[in-house]
Design a protein around this ligand. Structure first.
Ligand SMILES: [Zn+2]
Length: 215
């Protein structure tokens, strides 16, 4: 099997796993991954993450031209903005995951650092998660808001919508967005119970040891 054929299979398998665990429903959520030739494979518009066809993924060449497959997700501007501003990005994943969205609706959620520092992996895998304001789906201004972060953040949360996470490859982007959703779930479960957070010194230790994008 060619490396692109393997990548297509991997995208569909990871998307199905995400769907089956209820991390995004219906035809929501989308994935893009860099190909070896500098192009992109992208999940098509209107498709369910639970039943993607490897042969019908949208295929872009290195100049950004659609050269095969179905029409890509309407949320392409989100993906493009990450690739433009983060040279290390090899994949971008976006979900409509329940607990992350719930946390984005609460009045005391900090837009500069949306997740409370509750676990080591939440800090290590995501760094600070910036919360962006509400945009109409497909609004190119969403891309501009991500460009405004100048590549300094790998994970953003679109308020009233869902998270978007970039990683060096598909696996790391998926694992990071799962960590985001799990941390949001912990934040909601412990809300009002005065949970202990990691201390500043513990956070600083992780940031230094694992080169976390925090400052
Ligand atoms: Zn969306």
């Amino acid at each position: 099997m060619s490396s692109e054929a393997r990548l297509r299979e991997q995208i569909c398998a990871m998307a199905r796993s995400i769907f089956e665990r209820g991390l995004t429903g219906g035809s929501s959520g989308n994935i893009s991954v860099r190909t070896e030739d500098g192009g992109l494979l992208v999940t098509p518009t209107g498709s369910s993450m639970g039943s993607l066809d490897p042969a019908r993924l949208s295929r872009f060449d290195a100049s950004g031209r659609l050269i095969g497959g179905d029409e890509p997700t309407k949320e392409m501007p989100l993906h493009a903005a990450f690739y433009e501003t983060r040279s290390t990005a090899g994949a971008v994943v976006h979900l409509h995951s329940c607990h992350s969205v719930a946390l984005s609706l609460l009045p005391d959620t900090d837009p500069d650092n949306m997740l409370p520092p509750l676990t080591a992996y939440g800090v290590m895998k995501l760094g600070k998660v910036v919360m962006l304001p509400y945009f109409m789906p497909g609004d190119p201004a969403m891309g501009d808001a991500i460009r405004g972060l100048a590549g300094k953040r790998s994970a953003v949360m679109l308020a009233h919508h869902g998270p978007v996470v970039a990683g060096k490859d598909l696996e790391s982007a998926v694992y990071a967005i799962e960590e985001l959703e799990e941390t949001a779930k912990l934040a909601l479960l412990t809300r009002g119970l005065n949970p202990k957070r990691l201390t500043d010194a513990q956070i600083r230790g992780l940031v230094t040891r694992f080169n976390v994008e925090w400052d």
